[in-house]
Design a protein around this ligand. Structure first.
Ligand code: COA
Length: 326
């Protein structure tokens, strides 16, 4: 394929949010917080919380909507990657559940755990498989049930998160090459963490206590995000030989509107090019970028040919940015 540059082409998008909406005022009836505190510190007004649907149920609904939007049959999908760290089971993985539910009989499926960078890392992984000529069409999903990971007595974390799923049907096209940057810093992993199952065997010596809830050092995460996100977008722009002025949309992981505003300021780009849906979704981790993509796609705000930078960041610590043409 020498002489051809291969680009990620997003052929269709879909998303799913549970019906139950929990407003800041409702939280203020449950704990010592207020709509004013949550809105001014985070930009969040409400979030969707599952009343029983699982991570894979939401992933399936988003996948079905994305296939319909792309006009593609599930049988044409070769690869399914679900970015998640909140599946209802560790085995089978969420991607296999989606594969069975939608009837994507030819597809191989696996999950990718990279917290809030999960969708971005999954998209880049799918791109590499396609660019290598191994698979032609992929379904990339971000799906999370954060509500089961937060301690609902801890106002400093539970107000931030929401549940949901977003999906994109992805293919390859000739055109401006898609590029990405990804990074990890495991030495800072403890600033955002969630324990897994405890080691409890007849052979385990002094097993470590397991905390069932997510823990977070909010200020450290904030500082990391406002430094690392503009840095990696600038690195990506250099690699793409573009300037931030050439980009129509910066679609950032939706963690906090103050993080998004700070990135827009540091890059010197007007905040109108940083779409936000935090106000009604909260932080849905790996699901936030594909849910936002779906909103922009369906509302017609994003047009074919628009140049886009996606950027995810979070637990790991992990971060990344991807450049693609819509
Ligand atoms: N309602 C009311 N008060 C709250 C509160 C809530 N929900 N949560 C915390 N507070 C209080 C604290 O107890 C503290 O009170 P004190 O001064 O009496 O001790 C005060 O508000 C300030 O807390 P602090 O943690 O310093 O606030 P902050 O300005 O750093 O904002 C975050 C907290 C979490 C909103 C902010 O740090 C943040 O957004 N960090 C990034 C988190 C994130 O995005 N994580 C996911 C990344 S993928």
């Amino acid at each position: 394929m020498e002489g051809y540059e291969m680009a990620i082409r997003i052929l269709g998008t879909g998303s799913y949010l549970p019906d139950r909406v929990v407003t800041n005022d409702e939280l203020a009836e449950m704990m010592d917080t207020s709509d004013e505190w949550i809105r001014t510190r985070t930009g969040i007004g409400s979030r969707h919380v599952t009343e029983g649907e699982t991570t894979s149920d939401m992933a399936v609904r988003a996948a079905e909507a994305a296939l319909k939007n792309a006009g593609i049959d599930a049988g044409e999908i070769d690869l399914i990657i679900v970015g998640t760290f909140t599946g209802e089971q560790l085995m089978p993985n969420m991607a296999s559940k989606v594969q069975a539910a939608i009837g994507a009989n030819r597809a191989v499926g696996f999950d990718l755990s990279a917290a809030c960078s999960g969708f971005l890392f999954s998209l880049n992984t799918a791109y590499c498989f396609m660019k290598a000529g191994i698979y032609q069409k992929a379904l990339v999903i971000g799906a999370e049930t954060l509500s089961k990971t937060v301690d609902w007595d801890d106002r400093s974390t539970c107000v931030l998160f929401g549940d949901g799923a977003g999906a994109a049907v992805v293919g390859l096209d000739e055109g401006t090459e898609s590029l990405f940057i990804m990074g990890s810093d495991g030495s800072k992993g403890e600033v955002l963490s969630l324990d897994a199952r405890p080691l409890k065997t007849p052979f385990s010596m002094n097993p470590k206590e397991v905390n069932p809830w997510m823990t977070m050092n909010g200020q450290e995460v904030f500082k990391f995000a406002v430094r690392k996100v503009p840095e990696c977008i600038e690195e990506l722009m250099k690699k793409a030989e573009l300037s931030v002025e050439d980009v129509d949309w910066f679609i950032l992981h939706q963690a906090n509107v103050r993080i998004i505003e700070s990135v827009s300021k540091r890059l010197g780009v007007d905040s109108s090019r940083f779409p936000v849906n935090l106000d009604h979704c909260g932080n849905t981790s790996a699901a936030s970028i594909p849910i936002l993509l779906d909103e922009l796609n369906r509302s017609g705000r994003m047009k074919r040919g628009d140049r886009i930078v996606l950027s995810g960041f979070g637990g790991g610590l992990s971060w990344g940015a991807t450049y693609l043409v819509w």
